[in-house]
Write a new protein. Structure first.
Length: 496
């Protein structure tokens, strides 16, 4: 297993694409929100709902199955490429079939989802763009599981830069409208897919295996309803806002979600470090791995929630600076959804627990339950409070369904969580954000609110110190890694 220093290096490497994919879009938001309308963002968001939904069907649960089976075949030089290419071929054939269906029925689908048949082409190209994003995941998972963080980082950053450049050219310069954002995603995704496919086939010869694919499908197919229902659960709020409120409300909500989603992106970067280690402990230690995982995972929970806290506390400043007044309704949406995405950290362990135990059918049942809770809360909340109601309903549904999933996953593979430390972290996290939201709703003076925000950050850091996460040794280790990485970069440049 990787030592602490190597994991810190990998964490810093994985944070590079996270910073890039977060900062660059942040820089474009002030530009795009002054060119595109709330309604444009609403159309884009609804088209992406369909794209994620149908691509979930195309993947057929193979992403989770591939990640698990990689560790089963990682020592076999023949079966490793067979697993990868068999999964890719299967998914690509599914995509072609669904792409043809989407193109033929694009106008009625657009009328059903967006509310107007004229956006059929946006719907189709959004589906194609999302496909390349999802299929690239298989290559990136290979890098992550093999702990070749550098390749993961390079391709992710390169794709983000291409996306931003093309979107600025199409939307800000050519002024072709919101479809320019979709074309940019399509071009960047296809480019990265082509480059990675060339690199992989050169170093990992193409080889297929029907028995391996069949075994993966046995794990994957019970996950398909979960993915199918999962998209419904996570995207239903947007559709209901468009149906019960307005497309413009969807646009404001999507901007808030886009900014708060940095929390989930950041957590995914951290997950790239701990997920392989969690699976290794499961496979190597079996039932005894639960205790090792519990101790190992607490610092990752702390640092994941820290960014969620920062995003939620300073949502007012971010939205006010980045967007015109017509989008300022997203301020509280950002704060509430940041809490929701922070909470999802704990759900990232539930999946591996059930997948490792081959209880994948339960994930679909749990997702179905989550949808029922989400729908049941979203409809009255949206009807009463609009877009901000959707955010609160999503958070409340996440708390209820997350607790249910946690107990089920613990039943089949128990992780010995450090409940006292985790509890103090969560109490400080939720308490700080809710206090700031209430102060803003009460129109308390801005300087007083800022003082509370800074106090909240100090309290969270103090919690980390008391929990033994922020220590002199850990800080020194991070410093040594940063200095060492910097010296290595200088040496490389000097050599070149």
């Amino acid at each position: 297993m990787a030592n602490k220093e190597q994991q810190i290096k990998n964490s810093l490497l994985y944070l590079l694409p996270t910073i890039t994919t977060s900062v660059l879009p942040f820089l474009t938001i002030p530009i795009f929100t002054r060119i595109l309308t709330k309604e444009d963002y609403g159309v884009l968001a609804l088209a992406q709902v369909y794209a994620m939904f149908v691509n979930g069907l195309a993947n057929f649960g193979m992403t989770a199955a591939y990640e698990r089976d990689y560790f089963q075949y990682r020592e076999d030089r023949l079966k490793t490429p067979q697993l990868l290419y068999s999964a890719l071929l299967f998914v690509m054939l599914n995509f072609l079939l669904l792409a043809l269906s989407t193109y033929v029925f694009r106008r009625p689908l657009s009328n059903l989802i967006v509310g107007s048949a004229e956006h059929g082409n946006i719907l189709f190209w959004a589906f194609c763009a999302q496909f390349f994003y999802s299929v690239n995941y298989y290559y990136l998972t290979y890098f992550r599981n093999s702990e070749t963080a550098r390749d993961f980082v390079v391709y992710t950053i390169f794709g983000t830069v291409i996306n931003v450049i093309i979107s600025l050219f199409l939307v800000a310069y050519l002024r072709i409208g919101v479809v320019g954002l979709i074309y940019a995603q399509l071009c960047s995704g296809a480019t990265i897919f082509g480059i990675m496919s060339y690199k992989f086939t050169a170093s990992l010869p193409v080889s297929l295996s029907m028995p391996i694919l069949s075994k993966s499908l046995q794990i994957a197919y019970p996950l398909t309803p979960r993915i199918f229902l999962g998209v419904v659960a996570t995207q239903f709020d947007k559709y209901m806002i468009g149906l019960l409120a307005s497309v413009g409300g969807v646009g404001v909500y999507s901007i808030g979600q886009k900014i708060s989603y940095i929390v989930f992106t950041y957590m995914t970067a951290i997950e790239n470090v701990f997920s392989p280690q969690v699976y290794k402990r499961m496979f190597d230690l079996q039932d005894k791995g639960g205790a090792a995982i519990g101790t190992y995972i607490t610092p990752f929970a702390y640092i994941s929630l820290f960014l969620a806290l920062l995003v939620a506390l300073f949502s007012e400043e971010v939205i006010s600076i980045l967007t015109p007044r017509s989008f300022h309704g997203a301020i509280d949406i950002v704060a509430v959804l940041a809490m929701y995405y922070g909470l999802l950290f704990f759900g990232k362990l539930n999946g591996p627990q059930l997948i490792f135990m081959k209880k994948t059918h339960l994930t679909s049942l749990l997702t179905l339950g989550r949808i029922g809770i989400n729908v049941g809360l979203n409809i009255p909340f949206i009807m009463r409070w609009g877009a901000i109601g959707a955010a609160w309903a999503t958070l409340l549904a996440g708390l209820i369904s997350g607790a249910l999933s946690f107990f089920v996953a613990q039943h089949y593979y128990e992780i010995k969580w450090e409940y006292r430390r985790i509890g103090s972290i969560l109490l400080t996290f939720f308490g700080s954000i809710i206090v700031v939201i209430l102060l803003r709703e009460g129109n308390i003076h801005y300087y007083a609110r800022m003082a509370i925000k800074l106090t909240s950050i100090c309290s969270y850091i103090y919690t980390g110190v008391k929990a033994g996460i922020i220590t002199t040794d850990n800080c020194a280790l991070v410093k040594n890694v940063l200095v060492g990485s910097g010296l290595q970069m200088v040496k490389r440049r000097t050599t070149e």
